[in-house]
Design a protein around this ligand. Structure first.
Ligand SMILES: [Zn+2]
Length: 261
């Protein structure tokens, strides 16, 4: 697997992609992103906003027209519909697939949970190829705005620029200002769980540049992923002394090395 990954994001609604993982998409602009919103294709207000957001994210956007009423159709029927929509954009395999968490991100949206189950089943059945990541947020049973789960497998710190770009999409494209549920839920940390532990190598290859937590697993630490941190100052100082000494006794090949600071 090369550096450029092909990724599929399946969400229930236009704006879910930006609120829960817009920063992660913006963090990897060199990857190929496909974003499917299952609902609201027939919404004259939200559908065009979704396409604008997809453009801003550098993603190819697809939007469908699944029922978005408060009490959606029975689960089995929904599964068939969701899978059919996913098949429509997923004729080839993906490296990474992202979707909602098992319980949704807040209390409680049936569409989010159904989407999770349908996508997860498709991967388990071999109908959809890709390492699965699911959003890991909770809202304390409805007592607070959704926030990253403390025990999430992966939590990605957005840079201030990524965070601001994500908020701009939520605010300026979707029209949700400060104080709204959507704006306040779009935080600076994006969290994911990896339901299938055997996918770890792909996880490392895919998202390690943003790893800040790993819940005690053996995921590769961020310093191994290209975000190499400078060595401690004391090490630099000792190396400088050694280098000066080495040059002094005519070992110039050592003098070519530099200590990052
Ligand atoms: Zn939603």
């Amino acid at each position: 697997m090369g550096d450029e990954l092909k990724c599929l994001v399946v969400v229930a609604h236009p704006d879910d992609e930006s609120i829960w993982m817009g920063g992660t998409i913006l963090r990897h602009t060199d990857w190929e992103w496909h974003v499917l919103s299952l609902c609201r294709a027939d919404d004259a207000d939200r559908a065009p906003r979704f396409h604008r957001a997809a453009r801003e994210l550098g993603a190819r956007g697809y939007i469908s027209d699944l029922d978005d009423s408060p009490i959606p159709a029975p689960l089995t029927e929904n599964f068939a519909q969701i899978k059919e929509r996913v098949r429509g954009v997923a004729s080839e395999g993906f490296d990474l697939v992202f979707t909602h968490g098992a319980e949704g991100e807040y209390t409680y949206h049936a569409r989010h949970a159904q989407t999770h189950r349908a996508v997860r089943e498709m991967i388990a059945d071999g109908e959809l190829a890709g390492a699965l990541f699911v959003f890991a947020y909770h809202d304390l049973g409805g007592a607070a705005r959704p926030r990253p789960a403390a025990d999430a497998d992966i939590a990605i710190d957005l840079t201030p620029t990524q965070f601001e770009r994500k908020r701009r999409i939520v605010r300026d494209i979707y029209g949700f200002g400060p104080g709204s549920f959507e704006f306040d839920s779009a935080g600076p940390v994006e969290a994911f769980n990896v339901p299938d532990g055997s996918q770890q190598p792909r996880v490392v290859a895919g998202l390690c540049a943003g790893l800040v937590r790993d819940r005690g697993r053996t995921l590769q630490p961020r310093t191994e992923c290209g975000d190499r941190e400078p060595p401690p100052r004391l090490v630099c100082f000792a190396f400088s002394l050694f280098r000066a000494f080495a040059i002094g006794i005519h070992l110039p090949w050592l003098g070519n090395r530099s200590c990052v600071s």
